[in-house]
Design a protein around this ligand. Structure first.
Ligand code: ATP
Ligand code: MG
Length: 420
C-alpha cells in the first residue's frame, strides 16, 4: 500500500531541526520577558471578517492567500494568515486596554497562506509575533526594533540588514496616493494585470509587486517620505535618532510599503543575504488605526512578525549541534542480569533529571560502544557479570579516555557530582 504524505506546502519539522526551533523559542521567551512582554495564545481559526477588516481586502493575503471555508455551510472561517489581527481581537474581546495603558504581548505559532511553495515559503509556516499596544511615541518604535535586533543577535545571527520607512498617516497618505496615481496613469499598459487592478483598489500595493517590469516602472515613481506631514516626519526622525542612540545601523528604504493595509508611520524589515530570494526574516510596523478599525477605541500599536523557518535556516548546523548535548551517561551491558540492573539504574537516574541511555536489545559490546559514541555520551559504564557480583564498575570519561571505579550503590551521587 502507498503511504500517505503530508499536504503540499505543509512541512514536518523533525529532530534535530526541532532542537533549533526550541532554542529559538526559548530565547524569544527569555528576551521578550526582560522587555516586559507577556505571552498570549490565540486560536488558529477566526471569523473571516476579522482578516478582511484587519489586513485589508485589497492585499495579496486576503485576495488570494487565505484558507477560507464555510463551516457546515453556515459561517465563513479562516485559518489565520498572520497574528496581529487575532491579538487585537483578543485584546478587545477581553478588555485588556481597560487594565493597562501599555500592553505588550507576544505569541508563537503557525500561520497559513496559500502561496506557491518553494524554499523558505510554505503554506503552513511559523511566526514569533510581538505587539505593543497603547503608546504611539517614537521611542516605543525604537525599543521594539532594539528588542528584535537584540533577540536576533542572541541567536548569533549576522549579516542582517534593518530597513525602515515611514508610511505616513491618514493626513498625508492621500496626497501620496494621488501622486502615485497620476504617475501610473498613462503607464497602465506596461503594468501587470494585478497592478492594473491595484490602481483602482490600492495603488500603494504596486510598490510591493514582484514582477520585473512593474518594479522598473516603480523605481521612477514619487516616494512616500517626500509627502510626509510635519508630524510624521518628526516622528520618523525621532525613531531614527533613538536607533542611533543604540548604534543600530539601518537603511532607509522609501519603497518598502509592506503587504498589509493597516500600517501607518514606521515600518521595517530585517533581511539577510543568506536566504536568496526569500530574504525577509522579519516584517513589522506601526498601526495607529487598526484597533479602531476592529471596533475598539483609538489606541495605537506597533508590532513585528519573525518567520521561524527562515530564522532556523540561518542558524548553521554546527551551532545547532552544540545546542543539544548528548546523554551524560551510557550504560553498556553484557548478559541478562546486567541488562536488568542497567534498566533499573538508567530509569532511576532519569527520574533524578539525568539523561542516561542504554541499549535494550542485548547487542554486542562493540556496537553498544559505537552507539554511545554516536549519541555523544559524556561517560560510559560497562556492566558485566563480574561488575554485578562485585557491585562496582568502571566509569569511562569519553573525552579524556580516563576511567574511575564507582560503586553501583553510589552511582547516583557520582553522576550527580559530574553533572554539576
Ligand atoms: P514575503 O515578502 O517573503 O512574502 P511577507 O511580507 O509576506 O514576506 P510578513 O507578512 O511580513 O511576510 O511576515 C513576516 C515574516 O514571516 C516574513 O518576513 C517571513 O520570514 C515569514 N513568512 C511570511 N510568509 C511566509 C511563508 N509563506 N513561508 C515561510 N515564511 C513566511
Ligand atoms: Mg508574502
Amino acid at each position: 500500500m502507498e503511504i500517505i504524505t503530508a499536504v503540499r506546502g505543509f512541512k514536518d519539522i523533525l529532530p534535530p531541526e526541532t532542537d533549533k526551533w526550541r532554542h529559538i523559542e526559548e530565547t524569544a521567551h527569555k528576551v521578550f520577558c526582560v522587555f516586559g512582554f507577556r505571552e498570549i495564545r490565540i486560536p488558529l481559526l477566526e471569523k473571516t471578517e476579522l482578516f478582511c477588516r484587519g489586513i485589508g481586502e485589497s492585499t495579496d493575503i486576503v485576495e488570494k492567500e487565505m484558507y477560507t471555508f464555510l463551516d457546515r455551510g453556515e459561517e465563513s472561517l479562516t485559518l489565520r494568515p498572520e497574528a496581529t489581527a487575532s491579538v487585537i481581537r483578543a485584546y478587545l474581546e477581553h478588555n485588556l486596554h481597560a487594565a493597562e495603558s501599555v500592553t505588550k504581548l507576544y505569541t508563537i505559532g503557525p500561520m497559513f497562506r496559500r502561496e506557491r511553495p518553494q524554499k523558505g515559503r510554505y503554506r503552513q509556516f511559523h511566526q514569533i509575533d510581538a505587539e505593543i499596544l497603547g503608546p504611539d511615541d517614537p521611542r516605543t518604535d525604537a525599543e521594539l526594533i532594539l528588542m528584535l535586533l537584540h533577540f536576533l543577535e542572541k541567536l548569533g545571527l549576522r549579516k542582517l540588514t534593518l530597513e525602515i520607512n515611514s508610511l505616513g498617516c491618514a493626513a498625508c497618505r492621500p496626497a501620496f496616493r494621488e501622486a502615485i496615481l497620476s504617475f501610473l496613469r498613462g503607464r497602465e499598459e506596461e503594468l501587470c494585470g494585478d497592478c492594473r487592478r491595484r490602481l483602482v483598489t490600492n495603488p500603494l500595493r504596486v510598490f510591493d509587486c514582484k514582477v520585473e517590469t512593474c518594479a522598473a516602472i516603480i523605481s521612477q515613481a514619487p516616494l512616500l517620505p517626500d509627502f510626509l506631514c510635519a508630524g510624521c516626519r518628526d516622528h520618523f526622525e525621532k525613531v531614527q535618532a533613538s536607533l542611533r542612540l543604540f548604534d543600530i545601523p539601518f537603511k532607509l528604504n522609501a519603497k518598502m510599503v509592506r503587504g498589509l493595509d493597516y500600517y501607518t508611520r514606521t515600518t521595517f524589515e530585517v533581511t539577510t543575504e543568506f536566504l536568496g530570494a526569500q530574504n525577509a526574516v522579519v516584517g513589522g510596523g506601526r498601526y495607529d488605526h487598526l484597533v479602531r478599525d476592529l471596533g475598539g477605541p483609538d489606541i495605537s500599536g506597533i508590532g513585528f512578525a519573525i518567520g521561524i523557518e527562515r530564522l532556523a535556516a540561518m542558524i548553521p548546523e554546527a551551532d545547532a549541534d552544540a545546542l543539544l548535548p548528548g546523554p551524560l551517561l551510557f550504560i553498556a551491558t553484557l548478559g541478562e542480569a546486567a541488562l536488568e540492573k542497567a534498566f533499573f539504574l538508567c530509569n532511576g537516574l532519569r527520574m533524578k533529571g539525568i539523561h542516561v541511555e542504554m541499549d535494550h536489545a542485548g547487542r554486542s559490546l562493540k556496537s553498544q560502544m559505537k552507539r554511545a559514541d554516536k549519541l555523544k555520551s559524556a561517560y560510559t559504564l560497562i556492566l558485566g557479570e563480574r561488575e554485578i557480583t562485585e557491585n562496582k564498575a568502571l566509569l569511562r570519561n569519553m573525552l579524556s579516555s580516563t576511567q574511575t571505579e564507582v560503586g553501583l550503590d553510589s552511582l547516583e551521587e557520582t553522576i550527580t557530582e559530574l553533572a554539576r
